[in-house]
Every structure is written in structure tokens, then in C-alpha cells.
Ligand binder design. Structure first.
Ligand SMILES: Cc1cc2nc3c(=O)[nH]c(=O)nc-3n(C[C@H](O)[C@H](O)[C@H](O)COP(=O)(O)OP(=O)(O)OC[C@H]3O[C@@H](n4cnc5c(N)ncnc54)[C@H](O)[C@@H]3O)c2cc1C
Ligand code: SF4
Length: 496
């Protein structure tokens, strides 16, 4: 844990995709930046493939007893305690255990935004270069055959863009194709996490300090309504006020709204917290059996990574996650009856030797409605004594049709491309790790929370840099867009 300087030009709350990008943009432009992160900082050697620790015991997530959230579907329902929609809380935030799929938004995703795709394009290019986004990773021959067949059916395909380095650089290693990106940290530094790709170069300027295990409990204000800095609580119990010329909130769409509500800042429109969105997702899976003479297939090495662009949306095909316990559990319960012991071992052996298992995710937008929202729970507090985020969310009815079309279409593509077994797909689910809304960006202070630069309409020196500001969810996972938009906002802050 580094000792925090008492003041900075810019203090950034949160070190994920948004926090890392804004810190880099500001430090690169000569500003003194302090990033405050409530979680710990881990090193590459800490990123193991231990499914029990990482996935079963949620290594990267807060304990529910310490930092609960509450959830309900309607404002007139009681809200139950849960750990709903938390993602990794450590230096690097959710990008430590993200999968690295890095899509740009389409022009139509910006309808209702105060900026357009053309404004963001140079920042997308910069974000891709920093994260190391590529379409040149090694892919399995089956993926090539599958993509050819999908193209022959008249659909555009591409290798899925991923923030993963094929070749090592001076500071990051090359990918070893372990295929444990999703849910796990990367042991080589190849995956473009905020920690590796944004905070490391920000720190290298000599102007960026990252303070871990320290929670921001409030943004402090002067008599003129401007922020004076932040109140922090370190994990040794010490409280400090850190002064800063500019405060940037980058704590994730849910926590950014919560911190502003706790600080009684940014709600003159009455809209702060409203419009929470989770990307809509359809899921499916299929098995391609091994033919006589084929080598024994292994999932994962190299990747599958086929993106098909259909009229209803983007479908991303990949190998099923290699998590052994998850796979065993799924197989134990599949079929006519549950099995264990020797029959389960047989089933596992057959499963992994019989062929390749391919999953898909089909993405479609989440309609923004004001009633889906984050506010402060009146009854439940976290370990620091602060009211927790109360989440009210029900998927709007109109989101289901596009998702159903993607589920149906994705499954049909697998069938027509020669899959031997295709499972019943699901649709209309919430990809809760891809969250946005709550601090809408817009030109009109009556209908939005921040302006086009991400600055609160109500305070001259407080910015929101994450997907809380997105007026729409977009139609694909949005982390690349968070990084690009935060780089743009960082330039604005430095310019002002
Ligand atoms: C398993 C998984 C796979 C994913 N795969 C993809 C993918 O392939 N493609 C994609 O686009 N997206 C993916 N995502 C989503 C991606 O991780 C998020 O979109 C991204 O991390 C959001 O960035 P953020 O900066 O808004 O917030 P976060 O990354 O959540 O960072 C916020 C940080 O702020 C800290 N914080 C919060 N409150 C405070 C406070 N009061 N004081 C101090 N610190 C605070 C948190 O601890 C956290 O570290 C995935 C997510 C998960 C969990
Ligand atoms: S597959 Fe590559 S990028 Fe992903 S965790 Fe393994 S080494 Fe890192």
C-alpha cells in the first residue's frame, strides 16, 4: 500500500477500465494523478487457475457480509440482500478477470448521445493500441471451417477482436493460450487489463500514484459547491481527506451513482441513479464430434473466437470455458439421470475426448427505462456503515424479441455448419457484468446528470468517467467504449 500524497491535480475513484484510462490520459498530459482503489493490488504470480478459490469462493469479489447490495424487480417489492452484479474489486477492477472481447459500438449505438461515433473513432484507435486489441491470435482449424460455412450462408464473420497480446512487448508477456481469461487474472500480462495496459504506463510517467485498500466514502465540497477532494478510509482504520482540483468518479455504473448519492452531489435533475442497463444476451451451445482420424481435440488451445454479424445483432462463438469443476458439475446433472463416481468419470472422459464444445453469446441492447435504477438502501449498510446500493431492475419486455432472434439464428448457424448436437438456447438474460446508465450524459441539465465531457451539470470540477454516463447500453460488450470515452474525457480535463 503506497502512502497517499495529501493533494493532487486529479483524484480518480476506482482503478478499472475507466479509472485506468482517465489516469493515463491525465498523467500523460502532465497532471499529478492519484487513483484510489478500495481493493487490493495483485501481481501476475497471484493469478492462478484455482477454480475453487477464484470462481467458487469469488476471490475477486467483496464478501456479501461486508459489502452487500439489495435487489428487487419493482419499486413496490421488498429488496433482498445479495451480491448482485459485483465484479472484481481490486487494482484493475473488472478488467482483471474480463475475457478481453473488445468491440467498437456501431454508429446506431450513439443515438441519444451528445457525441457520435466519429468523435470517438480516434479514441477507439488509441484504446485498441493501449490494450493490445488484435484479430491475429491463433485459432483452431474448426473455427476456420465454421467461419467459412457461416460466410457461405451470406453472413459477415470476423475473428473476434480481443485485448490479448500475441507477441510480448517490453512490459507485457505473450499469450500462452491457457484460455483462462474469463473470471481469472492473466499470469503473463498478455491480457489488456487496466492494471497492465493503462495504470502501468500512467505510473511510468512518474505522475500517477495508485492507492489500494482505501475506500472513498464521500466527495467533499466547499461553500461554493465545488468539490474540494475526497474523504477516504484506509483498511487500517485511518480516515483522511485528500484534496484535489478535480475529482473523477470511475467506480462502475452502480457504485459511481451510489458515491454521488452518498455525497449529495449531481442530482439537481432528480435523475441520478435512474436508467440502469444490463446488456441483453442470448446463449447457446453445441458439440462438434471428432471424426475418425481427427486428433484428440482439446478445448482452448488455440482459440475458437468467431464473431458473426447478423441482422439481429452480434453473435460471438467461442470454446466452452475450461473450468473443470463447472464442467463436471454440468455433466453430472445432464442426461436422463444424475451420475457420480465411476459413471461420472466415464462421462467426463467421453465429453473431453468426443469432440469440441462451442458456446455462443448473442448481444442485443437493453432498453433504458427510468424505473430501472440504483438508489441508497434505507435499511442495509456495508462494513463501513454506509448505505448500500439498492438495485431495482426488470428487463423491459421489448428487449426479448431481438434476443430470441439471436438465440434462434445462432443455433441455426451451428446446426447448418455441421454441429452434431445443439442444445436448447436461452435468451433475454442480463449480462450483469456489462452494466451502464445511472448518470446519463447529455446537453440538457434537466434531462441528464453529466455534460458531454462527463462533468456533473451541478459541480464544476467533478466528472464521471465510466459507463454510468452511457445514454444507451450499446449492442455489444462495452469495455473498449469505456476506455475510449474515458481517454476522451481525460483529454478534456487536461485541456480545461
Ligand atoms: C468475468 C467477466 C468477463 C468480462 N468480459 C468482458 C469482455 O470480454 N468484454 C467486455 O467488453 N467486457 C467484459 N466484462 C466487463 C468489464 O469487466 C467491465 O465492463 C469493466 O471492468 C467496467 O469498468 P469500470 O471502470 O466501469 O468498472 P470496474 O472495472 O468495476 O472498476 C471499478 C473499480 O472501482 C472500485 N471502487 C468502487 N467503489 C469504490 C470506492 N468508493 N472507493 C474506492 N474504490 C472503489 C472497485 O473496487 C473497482 O475496482 C467482463 C466482466 C467480467 C466480470
Ligand atoms: S489465454 Fe492468454 S490472455 Fe488469456 S489468461 Fe491465458 S495467457 Fe492470459
Amino acid at each position: 500500500m503506497t502512502v497517499a500524497p495529501a493533494s493532487a491535480d486529479v483524484v480518480v475513484v476506482g482503478s478499472g477500465a475507466a479509472g485506468g484510462a482517465i489516469a493515463f490520459a491525465c498523467a500523460e498530459r502532465g497532471l499529478r494523478v492519484v487513483v484510489i482503489e478500495k481493493g487490493s493490488e495483485y501481481q501476475r504470480a497471484d493469478y492462478t487457475h484455482d477454480e475453487l478459490s477464484i470462481c467458487r469462493r469469488n476471490f475477486f469479489l467483496p464478501y456479501m457480509a461486508d459489502e452487500p447490495r439489495t435487489f428487487r424487480e419493482h419499486a413496490d417489492h421488498p429488496a433482498g440482500k445479495s451480491n448482485f452484479a459485483w465484479i472484481s474489486c481490486c487494482v484493475g477492477g473488472g478488467t482483471v478477470h474480463w475475457s478481453g472481447f473488445s468491440y467498437r459500438f456501431a454508429a446506431s449505438d450513439f443515438v441519444g448521445w451528445p457525441i457520435d461515433l466519429a468523435t470517438l473513432e480516434p479514441y477507439y484507435a488509441r484504446a485498441e493500441a493501449l490494450l493490445g486489441v488484435t484479430r491475429a491470435l491463433n485459432v483452431h482449424p474448426l473455427a476456420k471451417r465454421f467461419a467459412e460455412r457461416v460466410r457461405a450462408m451470406g453472413h459477415a464473420t470476423e475473428q473476434s477482436p480481443r485485448a490479448i497480446l500475441r507477441e510480448a512487448t517490453a512490459t507485457r508477456g505473450a499469450c500462452n493460450y491457457c484460455d483462462f481469461c474469463g473470471s481469472y487474472g492473466c499470469e503473463t500480462g498478455a491480457k489488456g487489463s487496466s492494471q497492465e495496459a493503462l495504470l502501468a504506463p500512467a505510473r511510468a510517467t512518474g505522475r500517477c500514484n495508485v492507492i489500494s485498500r482505501t475506500v472513498v466514502t464521500e466527495i467533499t465540497k466547499g461553500a461554493d459547491g465545488r468539490a474540494t477532494g475526497v474523504q477516504v478510509l484506509r483498511d487500517n482504520g485511518e480516515r483522511h481527506e485528500m484534496r484535489a482540483a478535480v475529482v473523477v468518479v470511475a467506480a462502475s455504473a452502480i457504485e459511481s451513482a451510489r458515491l454521488l448519492l452518498l455525497s449529495k452531489l449531481g442530482n439537481s435533475s432528480g435523475l441520478l441513479g435512474n436508467g440502469l442497463m444490463f446488456l441483453t444476451v442470448a446463449n447457446g451451445e453445441a458439440t462438434f464430434l471428432r471424426r475418425a482420424g481427427d486428433p484428440v481435440f482439446a478445448n482452448g488451445s488455440p482459440f475458437f473466437d468467431v464473431t458473426a454479424r447478423l441482422r439481429a445483432g452480434v453473435v460471438n462463438f467461442g470454446f466452452a470455458h475450461p473450468n473443470p469443476i463447472f464442467n463436471a458439475e454440468k455433466l453430472a446433472g445432464s442426461g436422463a439421470s444424475a451420475v457420480w463416481g465411476k459413471p461420472l468419470v466415464e462421462r467426463l472422459r467421453r465429453h473431453f475426448r468426443e469432440g469440441l464444445h462451442v458456446d455462443f453469446e448473442g448481444y442485443s441492447p437493453c432498453t433504458r427505462v427510468d424505473t430501472n435504477a440504483v438508489d441508497l438502501d434505507p435499511d442495509v449498510r456495508d462494513k463501513w456503515g454506509l448505505p448500500v446500493a439498492r438495485i431495482t431492475f426488470k428487463r423491459p419486455e421489448r428487449d426479448f424479441a431481438a434476443s430470441l432472434a439471436l438465440a434462434t439464428h445462432g443455433t441455426a448457424l451451428l446446426q447448418k455448419a455441421g454441429a452434431d448436437r445443439v442444445a436448447e438456447p436461452s435468451h433475454g438474460e442480463s449480462l450483469v457484468v456489462v452494466q451502464s446508465g445511472t448518470c446519463r450524459m447529455g446537453r440538457d441539465a434537466r434531462t441528464s446528470v453529466v455534460d458531454a465531457a462527463g462533468k456533473l451539470h451541478d459541480a464544476a470540477n467533478v466528472y464521471v468517467a465510466d459507463s454510468a454516463v452511457f445514454p444507451t447500453s450499446g449492442s455489444v460488450p462495452h469495455t473498449l467504449t469505456i476506455v475510449a470515452n474515458a481517454l476522451r474525457m481525460g483529454d478534456e480535463i487536461a485541456r480545461r
